[in-house]
Design a protein around this ligand. Structure first.
Ligand code: NAD
Ligand code: LMR
Length: 325
């Protein structure tokens, strides 16, 4: 029997976690032979609801779940943690942009960065889901100076999955035949869904798909999909966000040769500013991610990538005092 893996999930009584926790507990993240300990964090007013989630978890009788820790103590939630899903944060409402949440949510991520630094495993892998995800991940990593910045990532996998699904629908093909989608930049309306490297079977996607549809329909659709869901559901995406979080962390932990989009600490690849969390095309092996290098970028792509970089630099400027720089 393998040693149990410690997994922290914040915002554990919220709507994303209501899907995420149960899928992780069933083995969809680390596999059906990996026992787990769930370390669930809520704010104090959320603890009653969290106790209900814990009762339901128990009622599922998942064989992989060895222990469930429910707490409002940040250090306890991250104690020896090896994987952290930072979900807990306020979601946006209709008419808001994700960056409007910056001031409301930023303090959460500086506190949690410190707790990760003090209490977690030095090998922890962190995924920030709470919005604005890229800049929150930057805040967390800057408050965890003893942890390598490469261990903090932000979620753009939902955008990646959205683009993949839209393309598959458009050409009447299966999603698995659509490869090498890239989301560049911020998880925001400036993100750039790039199809210039996308393949459908052995054909280039842009040889099959009409350029007008790509530029005037697909790009805005993916950029605005979160808002469209809020308008339709009256609440932000939850099951699809949980699904993307599992995709992201599973690929990172267990490896993938596929091109996957991940918000990672920029090393300056493709001329992107260093020291921001920017979504790049990545592959993962041995528990690490690598940015796919040497892709050719046309002027259209370069301009779109810059727009998103500019927004991330503005967001960084707005929370400079939380960065410990
Ligand atoms: P929700 O309001 O249903 O749940 C959030 C939970 O977090 C609540 O239970 C709340 O009590 C808890 N919480 C708040 N502050 C906390 C703290 N300091 N520590 C621990 N828990 C805390 O929201 P949700 O729908 O689950 O969304 C959570 C976040 O994820 C939002 O910011 C949302 O915008 C974001 N999101 C991101 C993506 C993405 O693709 N990156 C996708 C969907 C949603
Ligand atoms: C999403 O993309 O669905 C989430 O980031 C929620 C939102 O605010 O759009």
């Amino acid at each position: 029997m393998k040693k149990a893996a410690r997994i922290t999930i914040t915002g554990a009584a919220g709507q994303i976690s209501y899907s995420l926790i149960f899928r992780i507990a069933s083995g969809e993240f680390l596999g059906k032979d990996q026992p787990i300990i769930l370390q669930l964090l809520e704010i104090t007013p959320g603890m009653n609801a969290l106790s209900g989630v814990a009762m339901e978890l128990s009622d599922c009788a998942f064989p992989l779940v060895k222990e469930i820790i429910c707490t409002d103590k940040v250090d306890l939630a991250f104690q020896n943690s090896e994987y952290a899903f930072l979900v807990g944060a306020r979601p946006r409402g209709p008419g808001m942009e994700r960056k409007d949440l910056l001031q409301a949510n930023a303090a959460i991520f500086s506190e949690q960065g410190k707790a990760i630094n003090n209490s977690a495993s030095k090998n922890i892998k962190v995924l920030v889901v709470g919005n604005p995800a890229n800049t929150n991940a930057l805040i967390a990593l800057k408050n965890a100076p003893d942890i390598n910045p490469s261990q903090f990532t932000a979620m753009t996998r939902l955008d990646h999955n959205r683009a993949q699904s839209q393309v598959a629908d458009k050409i009447g093909s299966s999603v698995s035949s659509v490869e090498n989608i890239i989301i560049w930049g911020n998880h925001s309306a400036t993100q750039y869904p790039d199809l210039h490297h996308t393949m459908i079977g052995d054909k280039s996607a842009l040889d099959i798909i009409n350029n007008d549809w790509y530029k005037n329909e697909l790009i805005p659709c993916v950029q605005q999909r979160g808002a469209e869901i809020i308008k339709a559901r009256g609440a932000s995406s939850a099951a699809s966000a949980a699904n993307a979080a599992i995709n992201h962390m599973r690929d990172w932990a267990l490896g993938t040769d596929n091109c996957v989009s991940m918000g990672v600490f920029s090393d300056g690849s493709y001329g992107v500013a260093k020291d921001i969390i920017y979504s790049f095309p990545c592959t993962c092996s041995n528990g690490s991610w690598d940015i796919i290098q040497d892709l050719t970028l046309n002027d259209f792509s370069k301009e779109k990538m810059k727009d998103s970089e500019r927004e991330l630099l503005e967001e960084k400027e707005a929370i400079q005092e939380l960065l410990n720089d």
